[in-house]
Design a protein around this ligand. Structure first.
Ligand code: GLN
Length: 446
């Protein structure tokens, strides 16, 4: 990290003292276990991990990539972090993110962008670009990201690593700073599929502190890691192969589908007809929820406070200076969509279309076990290339946001390179609580 991160900027905060203290404890547990193997060694003992800076780690500042939380130190661990800690993991620090996870390139971070380790002129994707770059550059063994519309899977694809978005509710959101509460999920970003299964195993499961967490018990995900695909039905949706996508991406994904067939899978075409409404639906629902969630940053309870003459001045100064331009854009979009007179036309309509998108998947998953498609329509784009045009940036999520709207799970695994040596991601989507299926297909393919 010392050697590479001044250039890559995958981390916002590095915590060497805490990490070394945790490592010493892990060493002590290991020594004790060597002496007496009847004692138990926690499953991730001493494994160095990085945590996206929208997830609370006790005693370490959690900036969310924003000036408004630059000095906010949470006094508690997120449930996912507490479970990793309990499992013996060592935390190296907090990784860079688009401000409040709003973005697809990590360029919306108030602390400057992260570079893609494969080519430093390119973005790492986002918003969990810091976590994906840190894993790709060996600046940690694995990381947590968050995925509201693709922010685990898309940066994993652009950085040539594995990223898994669990089913909505599979992982507790307690201690995750809320962006779009009905869409947000924490997920692992790792070097390979087995590591993703191992991390998911620890962080998944019901949590009394998150009423939306699934009560279902967590299966043993490593049982799903078998090397063939006999009996698996793999759906391919034509809606995910669109004109304008990078031809090398389409070629790599189609080749990957042939490999799945060689591994024994039956390949079936499935239709997801409402896909074309996903982007506008997402960009109404996510900003609407964000505008409500961000109301808490008022300069009173915590975070930045710029004192004004009146309380209104304090709000205006704190929020006006604390939030960056993309966050302000989302607050305006969301507030508009929720306001009286527009609510029915925008927010309510978007919720109805969301149901149609979910039903598309439910129908498709009656016929197939998983659905495969590209993770991103392009490989990593240039730093600065899309910052002036929000719509171009939003298009980066076109293949990933449907899974969040439908609440289903998905994983991105590397499936080749473009002509410039930039990695391409294969996306495997599964039904709600279908993590074992997507892990099985991803593992067999990898
Ligand atoms: N890029 C999408 C957005 O800006 C998704 C981000 C995410 O998944 N956190 O909303």
């Amino acid at each position: 990290i010392e050697a590479l991160d001044p250039f890559l900027h995958a981390y916002i905060t590095v915590t060497p003292e805490e990490a070394l203290a945790q490592a010493r404890e892990a060493d002590a547990r290991w020594t004790a276990w060597r002496r007496d193997p009847s004692t138990s060694l926690p499953p991730l003992n001493g494994i160095p991990l990085a945590i996206k800076d929208v997830i609370c780690v006790r005693g370490v500042r959690c900036t969310c990539g924003s000036r408004i939380l630059e000095n906010f130190v949470p006094p508690y661990d997120a449930t996912a972090v507490a479970r990793l800690r309990e499992a013996g993991a060592v935390f190296l620090g907090k990784t860079n993110t688009d401000e409040f996870a709003m973005g697809s390139s990590t360029e919306n971070s108030a602390f400057g962008p992260t570079r893609n380790p494969w080519n430093p002129e390119r973005v790492p994707g986002g918003s969990s670009g810091g976590s994906a770059a840190a894993v790709a550059a060996d600046l940690c063994a694995g990381a947590l990201g968050t995925d509201t519309g693709g922010s685990v899977r898309q940066p994993a694809a652009l950085c040539g690593v594995v990223g898994l978005k669990p089913t909505y509710g599979r992982v507790s959101r307690y201690g995750l700073v809320a962006y779009g509460s009905s869409l947000d999920q924490i997920g692992p970003i790792t070097k390979d599929v087995r590591d993703a299964a191992l991390l998911l195993q620890i962080i998944a499961g019901p949590d009394p502190r998150d009423a939306t967490s699934w009560p279902a018990p967590v299966p043993d995900y490593t049982q799903a890691l078998i090397p063939d695909l006999r009996g698996m039905r793999v759906g391919v949706p034509p809606e995910y192969f669109i004109p304008g996508m990078q031809p090398e991406v389409e070629r790599a994904v189609r080749e990957a589908i042939e490999v799945l067939a060689e591994l024994g899978a039956e390949v079936i075409e499935v239709s997801l007809p409402h896909t074309r409404y996903a982007l506008p639906t997402y960009y109404l629902i996510a900003p609407a929820e964000a505008s409500a969630n961000l109301a808490r940053y008022d300069g009173v309870k915590y975070g930045l406070r710029i004192q004004g003459e009146t309380i209104w001045d304090t709000y205006r100064l704190t929020r006006g200076n604390g939030f960056g331009p993309e966050v302000k854009r989302r607050i305006m979009l969301g507030t508009y969509a929720l306001s009286a007179g527009y609510y029915d036309a925008y927010y309510l309509k978007a919720q109805k279309v969301r149901t149609l998108i979910r039903q598309d998947f439910e129908r498709a998953f009656e016929r197939v076990d998983v659905i495969v498609c590209p993770t991103s329509p392009t490989t990593a784009f240039r730093l600065g290339e899309r910052t002036a045009d929000p719509l171009q940036m939003y298009l980066a999520d076109i293949f990933t946001i449907t899974a969040n709207l439908a609440g289903i799970c998905g994983i991105s695994v590397p499936c080749g390179f473009d002509g410039e040596g930039l990695p391409i991601g294969l996306q495997i989507l599964g039904p709600a609580l279908g993590e074992e299926k997507i892990l099985r297909v991803a593992y067999a393919y990898e």
